[in-house]
Structures are given as C-alpha cells and as structure tokens.
Design a protein around this ligand. Structure first.
Ligand code: HEC
Length: 177
C-alpha cells in the first residue's frame, strides 16, 4: 500500500505536474517569469533601471524612447569627485564580450559612480545571462561613448554636475575608485 502511494506521488509529480508536499522548495521561490531569456533580459534591464543611465535622455522623457535605441550609451557625462564618467554603450559592449566575460564583468567589476556596481554585482548568474541574451538579440547599435575623464579634466561634452553640497561627510559619496 505504501509503495503504491509513493508511486502514485511520483507519477503525479513527474507526469502531471501536481503539487505535492515533497515539492522542492526552489520550485516555489520567486524568479523572473518570462517566455525566454531575451524577454527576461528585457524585463530585467527595465526594472533594473539600466536604461535610466545607459539610454541617453531616457529619464527626461519618462522612458518614451523607441526600444531599438535602448542601451546605446550616453554622451552626457556624470561629473563628480570621481571625474566624469559616461554610461557605456551596452549594445556594443555585449558584442565585444563572450557571455562568460559579460557575466564575470557584471558580477565582479567595480567601476566609478554613478554605475551602481555594488548592486549589479549581486545579480544572479542567470539574470546576467538573460541581459546578455537580450543585448545580443537587440544587436549592435550606436557608437562608443567617450572614455572617463580624471577629476582635473574639463569635459567638452554636456555633463551633469554631481558635486555634493552641504551633505554630511558620510553621504558625500564620490568613492574615487
Ligand atoms: C545611475 C546610472 C547607471 C545605472 C542605473 C546603470 N549604470 Fe552601468 N554604468 C554607468 C556609468 C556612468 C558607467 C561607466 C563607469 C566608469 O566609467 O567607470 C557604467 C558602466 C557599466 C558597464 C561597464 C563596466 C566595465 O567594466 O567597463 C556595464 C557592463 C554596465 N554599466 C551595465 C549596467 C547594467 C546591466 C545596468 C542595469 C542593471 C546598469 N549598468 C545600470 C551608469 C549606470
């Protein structure tokens, strides 16, 4: 009788997808729900706010930028105590890197502000792969962005002035790594 019930449980789980008490915990854990990795990547770059910086003008027009232009970088610099940085063209970057290099970069690289590397480094591997799949599916577009300038270099491009004013020392940020 016991064997019969166990077999019934196995058949139910394997063939019918029934939920049983033995269902592994991981099956119930939250994860990105999408039809395929490209769609998951599209979702992740949107809610992960990558467009806010890596798509020029995105925030100013409340995200109303044709998807075809997404993540092509921004020539508007972010100038602060770290110098002036430019959000790289991710559509080109994904062409230059293998999937493994991309995952490695996203999960380990510490770059200058305002790139939120401390958050992006925590992205799980599958999500990093999904973003790569999305960028590759979108294909290369645009040009390379200017290289970062040192604090004493005057930008010739438009830039946002991120100089901290009147902030307590801890909030000044501007880690000059
Ligand atoms: C607040 C603005 C901002 C947001 C949000 C942002 N980035 Fe960036 N990102 C930057 C800037 C600026 C740089 C260039 C940093 C530098 O020159 O050191 C950069 C650099 C990068 C690089 C290049 C790293 C390297 O090793 O050269 C990658 C890859 C990247 N971002 C991916 C992403 C992804 C993926 C997201 C969304 C999950 C994202 N970024 C969100 C501003 C941002």
């Amino acid at each position: 009788m016991k064997t019969f019930l166990i077999s019934l449980g196995v058949i139910c789980t394997i063939f019918l997808g029934c939920h049983t008490e033995n269902e592994p915990e991981t099956a119930r854990q939250p994860h990105v729900k999408a039809d395929n990795p490209v769609e998951a990547g599209r979702y992740l770059v949107t809610v992960g706010m990558c467009n806010d910086c890596h798509t020029e003008g995105y925030m100013a027009v409340e995200g109303n930028i044709p998807e075809d232009d997404w993540l092509t970088g921004s020539k508007v610099g972010w100038r602060g105590p770290w110098g002036t940085t430019y959000p790289v063209n991710l559509r080109l970057r994904a062409q230059e890197l293998t999937e493994e290099q991309w995952v490695e970069q996203l999960r380990t690289r510490k770059v200058k502000p305002p790139m939120p590397w401390m958050n992006v480094n925590k992205m799980n591997e599958q999500d990093a792969r999904a973003i790569y799949a999305y960028l590759r599916a979108m294909g290369p577009k645009g040009e390379r962005m200017p290289i970062a300038l040192a604090p004493n270099q005057e930008p010739t491009t438009p830039y946002l002035n991120m100089v901290p004013l009147n902030l307590p020392p801890m909030a000044e940020g501007g880690a000059s790594n």
